[in-house]
Design a binder for this molecule. Structure first.
Ligand code: PEP
Ligand code: MG
Length: 758
C-alpha cells in the first residue's frame, strides 16, 4: 500500500476505472470492486452492503461465505454495518467483537476475522450502503487505508446509483443524516403557518461525475473556482452588502480565513491527485471535515465549521457552474425556504404564491428580511439550528411559527393535527373575508376607520381583500431597503403613483423614509466616527432625512408628482420637536412651489401629519397642533421609549403590557387636545391590530386604526360587537382609580358585554 492517501486511492481508482468502464452487469462490477479493494488493502475480506427496502443487504463479498450474498440483511443501526449506515460514520476496530454494536451472523463465516473497518457509502449526505474490510490479524487499519476506502466509497455511490441498485427513495431524495419525523425548535419572527417542500435558497450541487479523465484539467478548474470565490468574498467585504455589521462581519472574517486557507486548498488538490473530479474532490474533503466535526462538541468550533460548509458549497457551485439561487430557478410547488440568512431583496425574488414559509438559521425581529416577510404575509421561524443536517431538499415541512417549531417529514397523524389547526385559522379568515363589505360600526352606531399598513407595491391588494378604508401607514423605506442602490426619484414616483392608482378613492398616508439606526442602508454612509449603541434612539427617520436634504427633496418631489391631481397625505416619522415637523413641511412646500413655477401639475391638496413616537412631542403637542392636519401614534416606538425597553429584545417582549395604566393614560393625554381641536388621531403600531388592545384604544377615543391586513377581520368583528359609550365610561373609571392590572379587567368587561374577541 502506498504511503500517501492520494497515491493509495489513486492506485485503486485506476483499477476501478477499468471495472467501471466495462460493459458488464452492475453485480459483476461490484464483484470486481471487492476484489480490487481486498487486494489493495491486503484484506481477506471486502464486502459491500447496499440499502434496499430499508435494510442493508450484503451485495458482494470477497472472503465471506458466497452463500450469504443477498441473504444477510441488517437493519439500520443493527450490528457494525448498520451502525455505520445509521450514523454515517467510519469505524476502524482492531477487535470487532469487542464493539458493543457487534452482531454475529453465522451464515457469513466471519468469526475468524478480528479487525474490521467500514465506511458509509454516501449519496447526497445519506448513507446508502457500507463498504467494509476485515482482516484475520487484530490490527487497526492505517489512516491512508481508511482515506482510500472513503474515496472508493464515493465512486461506488455513483456506480450503484447509476445502476439503480439502491432504493429509489434513497437515491432520489436528498435525505439528510436524520430520517423520520423530527420537530425542530426556533424563534418566532413572523407569525403564521405554512406547509410545503424544503427548498434551500442556495441549492446543493448534485455531483454527476466522480472519476476524472484529466487530472490537470480538474486542477485548473479548482484553481479558477478558488480565484472566483475569493473575488466574491472580497467584494462582499468591500461593499458591506452582506449585512449590517456585528455577527455578519464575523462571518465574513471567517469566510476570508477559510478562502485563503492553504490547508483546505491542499487537501482538495490531493483528492484530485487521487483521480477525482474537481466537484468530487471538494465534496470528499467536505465529507471528511463533517465526519471529524461530529467528534467535536465545541459549539464555537461547530459554528466555524458551519461557515466552512457554506464556503465549500459556494466553491462547489462555482466549479459546477450552478450559481443561481432557488428563486432564479423558480419554485415549482408550495415551498418552505431555508437559508442561513437572507437579504430583503433576495426574499422578494421569490414567487409569493408558492412561498409558504421561511426558515432561517439566523434572523432577528428587526432584520430587514423580517420586516419584508411580515409585509408579504410569509411566516418566518428564525434561529433554527442545524438545518442542513436535519432537513434535506425536498423534505415535507410543516412550519408553525406561532408554536415556534417546524416539523420535518411529518407522520400522517402530525399532518392531520396541523391541517386541523390550519383549517381553524382558514375558516376564521374566510368568515372575516365574507364580512369585508360590512362597515366597522359599533353597536351604538359609531363609525370606526380601519386602515392597513403597507410598504410593498402588492400590499395594495389588501385593500380589496379586507375592505379596509385606506392605507394608514405606507412605509416608504421598504423600497429603499430592497434596493441595492438609492432608488432614483423616478422609481420612487412610479411606486407612489401605482399605489395611489390602485387605492382609488381610498386615502393613502405616505410616511417619509424611516431609515437609519437598525434599518441602515449599505449604500448610505453613516457617521463613520460613531458606532451607534442605541440605534433605535439614534440618527434615523426624520432626523437623518433633515440632515440629508438631497434625499428628502427627492422623495418630496416624487410624492408631489405622484399625487398630482389628488389629495396627498404625507406623514413624518419620529418627530420629537415641533421645529422638525416645520422644517420638513417647509422642505415639501418649497418643492411644491418649485414644481408649480415650472408649470407641473400639483396635488389638489397636501395634508401633513406627524407620527407621535417620541414621548417629548406629547408635551408640546399644543404648540404643533395648529399646523398639523393629522396625528398618528406609532405605538411600537412609543412604548419602547416610554418604558425604555428595546422593542426587539425577546426577553422584554412580554415584560411590559400595552394595556398598562401608564401607556393608556399617556395615550389619553395625547387624544384630548386632538379631539378638542377636531383633528384626526390614529394609532398605526402593532397594538391596534390586537382586538382587545384595539378595544381599549377606541375606548380612549382613538377611532382610527391602521393595522396589519390580517388583523382587519378580527378587529372589525370586535368593533361591530362593541357598546362604545359604556366602554368609554368604564375604561375611564379603570384608569382614574386603577385596581390592579387593566388587561384582565378589560377581558372580563369584553366577556360581560358580549364583545367578540377572536
Ligand atoms: C411604530 O413605531 O409604531 C410604527 C408604526 O413605525 P415602525 O414600526 O415602522 O417603526
Ligand atoms: Mg416607528
Amino acid at each position: 500500500m502506498p504511503t500517501t492517501a492520494a497515491a493509495a486511492a489513486r492506485e485503486i481508482l485506476v483499477r476501478l476505472h477499468e471495472v467501471m468502464a466495462a460493459r458488464s452487469a452492475a453485480q459483476t462490477k461490484l464483484n470486481g470492486v471487492v476484489n480490487i479493494i481486498g487486494e489493495a488493502l491486503d484484506s481477506e475480506v471486502c464486502s459491500i452492503y447496499l440499502l434496499r427496502e430499508g435494510v442493508l443487504e450484503l451485495f458482494a463479498t470477497r472472503g465471506l461465505d458466497e452463500r450469504a450474498v443477498h441473504v444477510t440483511k441488517l437493519a439500520l443501526g443493527e450490528g457494525l454495518v448498520g451502525t455505520i449506515a445509521k450514523n454515517v460514520e467510519t469505524l476502524n476496530l482492531d477487535e470487532a467483537a469487542a464493539h458493543p454494536d457487534f452482531a454475529y451472523r453465522p451464515e457469513t463465516g466471519e468469526d475468524r476475522f478480528h479487525s474490521f473497518a467500514g465506511v458509509p457509502i454516501i449519496r447526497r449526505e445519506r448513507a446508502v450502503g457500507v463498504l467494509a474490510v476485515q482482516h484475520v490479524d487484530p490490527r487497526r487499519y492505517a489512516d491512508v487505508e481508511i482515506e482510500a476506502l472513503q474515496t472508493v466509497a464515493m465512486v461506488l455511490s455513483e456506480l450503484i446509483a447509476n445502476a439503480g441498485l439502491i432504493d429509489d427513495a434513497a437515491s432520489d431524495s436528498t435525505r439528510p443524516l436524520a430520517t423520520g419525523p423530527n420537530r425542530i425548535a426556533g424563534f418566532k419572527l413572523v407569525d403564521g403557518m405554512g406547509a410545503g417542500v424544503a427548498v434551500f435558497h442556495q441549492p446543493r450541487v448534485v455531483i454527476e461525475h466522480i472519476l476524472a479523465d484529466d487530472v490537470e484539467a480538474e486542477r485548473r478548474r479548482v484553481y479558477a473556482a478558488f480565484d472566483k470565490m475569493r473575488d466574491q468574498i472580497e467584494r462582499m467585504a468591500s461593499q458591506a452588502e452582506f449585512g449590517v455589521g456585528g455577527e455578519h462581519d464575523e462571518v465574513l472574517e471567517t469566510y476570508k480565513m477559510f478562502a485563503y486557507d492553504e490547508g483546505w486548498a491542499r487537501r482538495i488538490n490531493e483528492a484530485i491527485d487521487s483521480g477525482l473530479t474537481a466537484e468530487a474532490a471538494i465534496e470528499r474533503v467536505q465529507q471528511r471535515t463533517r465526519m471529524r466535526m461530529r467528534e467535536i462538541s465545541d459549539p464555537l468550533l461547530a459554528d466555524r465549521m458551519h461557515d466552512l460548509e457554506d464556503l465549500s458549497n459556494r466553491l462547489l457551485r462555482i466549479v459546477a457552474g450552478q450559481l443561481g439561487t432557488a428563486a432564479q430557478m423558480g419554485l415549482r410547488q408550495d415551498t418552505v425556504l431555508i437559508a442561513r440568512n437572507l437579504g430583503p431583496a433576495e426574499l422578494l425574488e421569490y414567487d409569493r404564491r408558492r412561498l409558504k414559509g421561511v426558515i432561517l438559521e439566523e434572523g432577528s425581529l428587526t432584520a430587514h428580511v423580517t420586516i419584508v416577510a411580515r409585509a408579504m404575509g410569509v411566516p418566518v421561524l428564525g434561529r433554527v439550528r442545524d438545518v442542513k443536517r436535519l432537513i434535506a431538499e425536498g423534505d415535507r415541512i410543516l412550519l408553525d411559527a406561532g408554536a415556534e417549531a417546524v416539523i420535518v417529514r411529518p407522520s400522517t397523524a402530525m399532518e392531520e393535527v396541523f391541517e386541523a389547526r390550519m383549517a381553524v385559522g382558514q375558516k376564521r379568515r374566510a368568515a372575516f373575508a365574507a364580512q369585508r363589505g360590512e362597515p366597522p360600526v359599533t353597536r351604538d352606531g359609531t363609525r370606526v376607520t380601519l386602515m392597513v399598513n403597507a410598504g410593498l407595491r402588492d400590499d395594495v391588494a389588501a385593500l380589496d381583500l379586507t375592505g379596509a378604508d385606506g392605507i394608514g401607514l405606507f412605509r416608504t423605506e421598504f423600497q429603499f431597503l430592497v434596493s441595492a442602490t438609492l432608488p432614483a426619484r423616478e422609481r420612487q414616483q412610479r411606486l407612489y403613483r401605482d399605489v395611489l392608482d390602485a387605492a382609488g378613492d381610498r386615502p393613502v398616508i405616505f410616511r417619509t423614509v424611516d431609515i437609519g439606526g437598525d434599518k441602515a442602508l449599505p449604500y448610505l454612509d453613516h457617521d463613520e466616527d460613531h458606532l451607534e449603541e442605541n440605534p433605535a434612539m439614534g440618527w434615523r427617520a426624520l432626523r437623518l432625512a433633515l440632515d440629508r436634504e438631497g434625499l428628502m427633496k427627492a422623495q418630496a418631489r416624487a410624492l408631489l408628482e405622484a399625487g398630482a391631481g389628488r389629495t396627498l397625505n404625507v406623514m413624518f416619522p419620529m418627530v420629537s420637536e415641533p421645529w422638525e415637523f416645520d422644517q420638513a413641511q417647509a422642505l415639501f412646500e418649497a418643492q411644491r412651489r418649485w414644481l408649480g413655477e415650472r408649470g407641473k401639475k400639483l396635488p389638489i391638496d397636501v395634508r401633513y401629519g406627524a407620527m407621535l413616537e417620541v414621548p417629548a412631542l406629547a408635551e408640546v403637542l399644543d404648540l404643533l397642533l395648529p399646523r398639523l392636519d393629522f396625528l398618528s401614534i406609532g405605538t411600537n416606538d412609543l412604548t419602547q421609549f416610554l418604558f425604555a425597553a428595546d422593542r426587539a429584545h425577546p426577553k422584554l417582549a412580554l415584560r411590559y403590557d400595552w394595556l398598562s395604566v401608564s401607556i393608556l393614560r399617556f395615550l389619553r393625554r395625547v387624544v384630548r387636545p386632538m379631539q378638542a381641536a377636531g383633528k384626526p388621531v390614529a394609532v398605526c403600531g402593532e397594538m391596534g391590530g390586537r382586538p382587545l388592545e384595539a378595544m381599549a384604544l377606541i375606548g380612549l377615543g382613538i377611532e382610527r386604526l391602521s393595522i396589519t391586513p390580517a388583523a382587519v377581520g378580527p378587529v372589525k368583528a370586535m368593533v361591530r360587537s362593541l357598546d362604545l359609550p359604556r366602554l368609554r365610561a368604564d375604561l375611564a373609571a379603570m384608569l382614574d382609580m386603577p385596581s390592579g392590572p387593566i388587561r384582565p379587567q378589560l377581558e372580563a368587561w369584553a366577556a360581560r358585554h358580549g364583545v367578540e374577541l377572536a
